[in-house]
Ligand binder design. Structure first.
Ligand SMILES: [Zn+2]
Length: 328
């Protein structure tokens, strides 16, 4: 049992929200329409928002009390907070999703391994609506037919494209559609096999049979002039954090023969253009996000230098600094 003793008010845009709950229960669930303040209330309990006034106590621990000037720091609150990070509601249309805050529309052209797929006409309607609302559309497509349908409908980017004909690549090039190859490097294939408890086997000698098709289509795409943006879209558990998996995706590009500088561009500038964020991400300039890393070595010639991160700045805040420059 937990005791929730919450009585506070919060500024919510133009409004002031008053929140009062006093209950002893195993769980407390908040229901209400979008915009009614559920997330704000939870953020106040977690310490991510400061109420205007009032009191927040959980299990007798006073986390916030405006009169007594108590405002326990987040790290001492013993609360976990899982933010809502999925803004796409599949049952809503493009316009409604954008209203709820989606700034990119992701659809599936085919839906591997399920049989569902979208028609060219359906995707065209989605693209038209997204264009009007100035948001980009990217499509999951694994087969040549699915890539062709999405490209014909005029999406901005296509994830995976494991199988794709040269004629479809020509269509992508002509329409300026990005390809987002989600490829496995050799190390990841072997790692996946070692964790699969016999469901999937691969020896080092067998790795080429798994990766050659991906490598070949990336080379053909580059040769056709299709723009490449890096993105992992990892829908299988590779047994590593998403950030690591995303890095290995870049190493897969290198194994296909893509030059390091082109890979770095795919992961920064091209990816930002695909998302319509080219003034804020993937560039170093005034008013852009100050997201900067420094690595040991020259990633422009050796992409594996990305495994030696020595400095991380995220939106102007330094999170890691192991640089020894000028410190002697
Ligand atoms: Zn996908």
């Amino acid at each position: 049992m937990a005791t929730f003793d919450l009585d506070f008010s919060l500024h919510q845009g133009e409004f002031t929200m008053a929140f009062t709950v006093k209950v002893e229960a195993r769980a407390l669930a908040l229901f209400g329409p979008s915009g009614s303040g559920k997330t704000s209330a939870l953020e106040a309990v977690a310490g991510l928002r400061t109420p205007r006034q009032g009191r927040i106590a959980v299990n007798g621990h006073v986390l916030f009390d405006s009169e007594r000037h108590i405002n326990t720091p987040v790290r001492h609150r013993r609360t976990g907070y899982v933010p809502q990070d999925i803004l796409l509601f599949p049952h809503l249309n493009v316009r409604e999703n954008v209203t709820y805050g989606a700034d990119v529309i992701k659809i599936y052209s085919n839906n591997t391994p399920n049989r569902g797929s979208l028609s060219v006409e359906e995707m065209r309607a989605i693209v038209d609506e997204a264009r009007r609302l100035h948001v980009k559309v990217t499509a999951h497509a694994t087969s040549d037919e699915a890539v062709w349908r999405a490209a014909t409908a005029g999406v901005d980017g296509i994830e995976h494209a494991y199988q794709v004909a040269d004629s479809t690549l020509a269509l992508m090039k002509q329409k300026g559609i990005f390809m987002v190859p989600t490829d496995l490097d050799s190390a990841t294939v072997l790692r996946y096999a070692s964790r699969s408890q016999g469901r999937f086997t691969a020896t080092p000698a067998q790795v080429p049979t798994f990766v050659n098709g991906q490598r070949d289509r990336l080379r053909r795409a580059i040769k056709a002039g299709v723009m490449i943006a890096a993105g992992s879209d990892n829908y299988i558990d590779l047994g590593m954090p998403q950030g690591d998996a995303a890095k290995h995706n870049l190493f897969a590009y290198a194994e296909a023969g893509m030059p390091s500088l082109a890979i770095l561009q795919a992961a920064t500038w091209n990816a930002s253009r695909l998302l319509g964020l080219e003034n804020r991400v993937g560039v170093i300039r005034a008013r852009a996000f100050a997201d900067i890393i420094a690595v040991e070595g020259d990633p422009g010639t050796d992409i594996h230098a990305l495994e030696r991160v020595r400095f991380v700045m995220k939106q102007g805040t330094v999170y890691l600094n192991k640089l020894s420059v000028g410190r002697d």
